[in-house]
Design a protein. Sequence first.
Length: 255
Amino acid sequence: MVELKTDTSLDAMYAAGQIVGQALTAVRDAADVGVSLLELDEVAHGVLRAAGAGSPFLGYRPSFAPTPFPAVLCVSVNDAIVHGIPTGYRLRDGDLVSADFGAELNGWVGDSAISFIVGEPRPADVRMIETAERALAAAIEAAVVGNRIGDIAHAIGTICRAGGYGIPEGFGGHGIGRRMHEDPGVPNEGRPGRGFPLRHGMAIAIEPMLIAGGRDDYHAAPDGWTLRTNDGSRAAHVEHTVAITNNGPRILTAR
């Protein structure tokens, strides 16, 4: 069931979303050659503690997961697409990092992700991240009353495919509110004019995921969480929580 939020509820989600934005900015600023993924998780955890907020990630265990997620930050490096568990791995020059983070404040959740490069960037990585961000921007532009979920999916898929990138099959965005994952699903590829109609008060997480090699297939790492590209090529992931309003899309996790 799709829940329509009141304007007051959307304001509460915005407050949670600002914590998410602050944490991701802090993580990106802290990421440097030699910094461990566990240290980045602690940076994000520190932002939560300072804000008096909780984590919808820590302890989360969907049906596919063998164990509860053990951190507040998903951090995926190079060929990892999403759901990377922070470890003692220390960042190296040229690493492509995708950081996904959520915060829960006063019963409402925000969720967002960024991709960035540590040290000297590879031009191909820069292009992929720029394409992911353009796809996200186009999807947000399509997130207006009167459109449908398929219009958002089509906006993402068109830009990603035109760039020659793969799109992980079966993964995309989702509704969000009091829980991190709510209805409706928001695919990263689809047909315009199809799917659930967008109405004032809907809140969705839009999250393009790109695979550099152009293939859509992936596999789960031995930890049961991290999804990696089958061909070993790099991946990028960006995301915002967005409200559908009569005045146009409202980015609730704006940084």
